[in-house]
Design a protein around this ligand. Structure first.
Ligand code: NAG
Ligand code: NAG
Ligand code: NAG
Ligand code: NAG
Length: 407
């Protein structure tokens, strides 16, 4: 019953609106550079005269028996059109070709005939959605900055750049700029000075579209890690958000050469390691945006470099650059057959030899002085030395000396 009543109410409202010759505003969203149709339907009688206005500018006039009149305003020439085919069926929709920011506003379609006059109002908004958000560190201002930007967006989106954990407000000042190009599209850019000695900060950038339908999230972390050769360790990569469907890419850069070393897709659960057994994802399933990587038995120089983790999800991206230094361990424990091992063995051998030689020399010098003294004492006081009590090294040195004195 209630439903029936509301139907009757709606019908009455509709009749009232029609009687007034006006219908409520229709909202049309035109996507930038795409064609856009502004609807206007009427009850065809046969003698209609139709006017299309934008604000108060007349765009088109149509009289049943003849023609489209010229467009009085040059700004719209050629970009708006009516379709001949559909007018006899009561459809005089306006087409805007390659719409842009200049096409937004209020339009009116006025249809007069021998039977009635009706007017339709259409509000047009134009959108150029956010296609990507870029976050990077730059030195353009002479110091290191984190920059977040989005381009070719309309209307201008809102950009928020901050850190997690938050630092004191005066510690960080963001500088946000919006500029429009010739087409009216915006480029927005927000910069924040990078803080020194704040290695664990995550820089987060949120870009929200003007109408709130899109929120892009990007974050950036830069870290340093040290580890010891041969010792397994984990390079963390945890997004500040829970991610359900994501892809993960790890790459390794050394001397300006970068290559992908690991990929993972959370929907298919498929991971692929270019470094095979050397690396694996921990936890194994890459839970909800935790893409931490374990490096197994790393070697010193070979695995020292920059590891980059990119976690991507719908309108979301988290990037971590980790500069990893692997410090060579005490040489004996290196894996067999590595070239380092041979070098290390040689170095060890040389070192040991050198130490032994030094020790011998020192000892010889000490004992030599002692033996000289003994000789002196012997000549003065004539003591007898017990040959069995002699230090072996002393014996060598003494015999050397004896040899010298003999020659
Ligand atoms: C619409 O009709 C007029 C008159 O018949 C004609 O001159 C014009 O070319 C037609 N336009 C289109 C797009 O068909
Ligand atoms: C009216 O015509 C336009 C093309 O000019 C078409 O896109 C639209 O679907 C038509 N509307 C109806 C209700 O037939
Ligand atoms: C993740 O992907 C699955 C399968 O494609 C889909 O059913 C689900 O809705 C997605 N979840 C989110 C949060 O996008
Ligand atoms: C991410 O995974 C690593 C390795 O399993 C673990 O140590 C760490 O606590 C996890 N972090 C979060 C936030 O889940």
């Amino acid at each position: 019953m209630a439903r029936q009543h509301s139907w009757i109410f709606l019908l009455r409202m509709w009749i009232l609106v029609c009687a007034n010759g006006k219908t409520p505003d229709v909202l049309v969203t035109c996507m930038f550079s795409k064609d856009c149709i502004l609807p206007c339907l009427f009850e065809p009688v046969g003698d209609e005269i139709i006017y299309w206005f934008k604000q108060n500018v007349l765009l088109h006039t149509f009289k049943q028996e003849s023609v489209f009149l010229d467009q009085p305003d040059k700004r719209y020439t050629g970009r708006t059109s009516l379709s001949n085919d559909t007018i006899p069926f009561g459809n005089v929709s306006l087409r805007i070709r390659k719409s842009g920011p200049q096409d937004r506003g209020r339009y009116r379609c006025l249809v007069t005939s021998s039977r009635e006059t009706s007017e339709h109002s259409i509000t047009v908004i134009v959108k150029a959605p956010i296609e990507s958000v870029n976050m990077e560190t730059t030195w353009l201002s002479g110091y290191e900055e984190v920059k977040c930007s989005a381009r070719d967006v309309y209307p201008a989106p809102r950009v928020t750049l901050f850190t997690e954990p938050p630092v004191l407000p005066d510690g960080l000042q963001t500088d946000t700029r919006k500029t429009a190009d010739k087409q009216g599209l915006y480029r927005v850019e927000s910069k924040i000075r990078k803080l020194k000695n704040q290695a664990d900060l995550t820089y987060i950038c949120l870009v929200q579209s003007f109408y709130g339908s899109q929120i892009w999230r990007t974050s950036l972390q830069e870290k340093e890690m040290y580890s010891v050769e041969g010792k397994d360790f984990i390079i963390p990569c945890v997004a500040p958000w829970i991610l359900d469907n994501f892809t993960l890419t790890w790459s390794f850069a050394k001397e300006h050469k970068s290559s992908v070393i690991y990929t993972y897709d959370s929907i298919t659960h498929l991971g692929f390691s270019v470094w095979e057994e050397r690396i694996r994802l921990v936890p194994p399933s890459g839970q909800r945006g935790n893409g931490s990587l374990q490096l197994h038995n790393p070697m010193g120089i070979e695995h020292t470099g920059i590891y980059t983790c990119v976690l991507s999800s719908f309108q979301t991206q988290h990037v971590v650059h980790t500069r990893v230094s692997i410090i060579p361990r005490t040489v004996g424990r290196l894996p067999k057959s590595s070239p380092q091992r041979i070098t290390a063995a040689i170095i060890t051998g040389l070192t040991v030899t050198a130490v032994v030689v030094c020790l011998v020399i020192i000892k010889c010098k000490v004992s030599r002085t002692r033996s000289i003294k003994t000789h002196e004492e012997a000549t003065e006081m004539h003591p007898t030395r017990d040959a069995n009590n002699e230090d072996p090294s002393e014996t060598i040195c003494l015999s050397e000396e004896t040899e010298k004195s003999q020659t």
